[in-house]
Write a protein that binds this ligand. Structure first.
Ligand code: 2AL
Length: 250
């Protein structure tokens, strides 16, 4: 099976980290293709970045359908463009926030999300509600690390994230940690070892869930809400995004 991992931001270095995490999680028969869109913000740290990045995500799903991809992972913790992507994909499409929260809820009574900038906490809060996770989410904590600071050498980002996780365990009653940014994908194993609780990172969680859904023979329902978008004219800059007939590509 071929799973396309879409990093919605355009920072290639981060796409490589995400791709490595996805390959480490994938089964031996799974091909992972990790990409960033050709257009969009270098990092996603708010609603505007997120809205803009959704177009690049949709473009990559559209290309993936033409390339025979079986499933998709949207590797940004805001899950930008998730439901729209499902409308144009035949196979499963998972967001990393959605995957991580569901997986954490299977192994712990409650979890805290540890994320980047405080301004992204609202995005996480909306998703917690959208995914029905209010009962399970014990906290959403910011480290005030910018996304592009996560891979700065020296380990300061790792230490800041670990300290925030420790506060979550001590003060929130969290029993697991959900990492709130795809740029943290390479930190989960070490953090889990040091903290002694499940640390869920959404890229690996989403890859395993997409593999499982495909193994079960399940794709995205094309009936009702997630049916292919209605063919129509799009004007101006978005002309090229107009949905065509599904049998001719999205
Ligand atoms: C993210 C993420 O996962 N990728 C990105 O660019 N921004 N989310 C976040 N909370 O910082």
């Amino acid at each position: 099976m071929k799973i396309k991992i879409i990093n919605p931001n355009t920072t290639q270095r981060m796409t490589e980290t995400i791709g490595a995490a996805a390959r480490a999680a994938a089964a031996s028969g799974t091909t992972i293709v990790a990409v960033s869109p050709l257009m969009g913000p270098v990092s996603i740290e708010g609603h505007y970045d997120e809205a803009m990045s959704a177009l690049g995500v949709l473009d990559e799903v559209r290309r993936g359908e033409a390339d025979g991809c079986d499933g998709y992972v949207i590797a940004c913790f805001g899950d930008p463009g998730l439901l729209a992507s499902r409308e144009i994909a035949r196979g499963p499409v998972l967001g990393i926030a959605e995957a991580a929260m569901h997986v954490a809820s299977l192994v712990a009574g409650g979890f805290t999300i540890v994320t980047t900038l405080a301004r992204t906490q609202g995005i996480a809060r909306h998703l917690v509600a959208q995914y029905g996770m209010r009962d399970r989410c014990r906290g959403i904590r910011a480290t005030e690390l910018a996304v592009l600071d996560l891979d700065r050498p020296g380990g300061a980002a790792y230490r800041a994230i670990r300290e925030e996780c420790r506060r979550a365990l001590a003060e929130d009653g969290a029993e697991a940690i959900v990492l709130g940014c795809a740029g943290m994908a390479d930190l989960a194993t070490r953090l889990g070892g040091e903290l002694g609780v499940p640390v869920v990172e959404g890229v690996a969680a989403a890859v395993k869930l997409v593999e499982s859904l495909l193994a079960l023979g399940l794709g995205t329902s094309k009936v009702g809400e997630l049916a292919h978008p209605l063919p129509k004219v799009y004007r101006g800059m978005l002309e090229g995004f107009a949905p065509g007939r599904p049998d001719r590509g999205a």
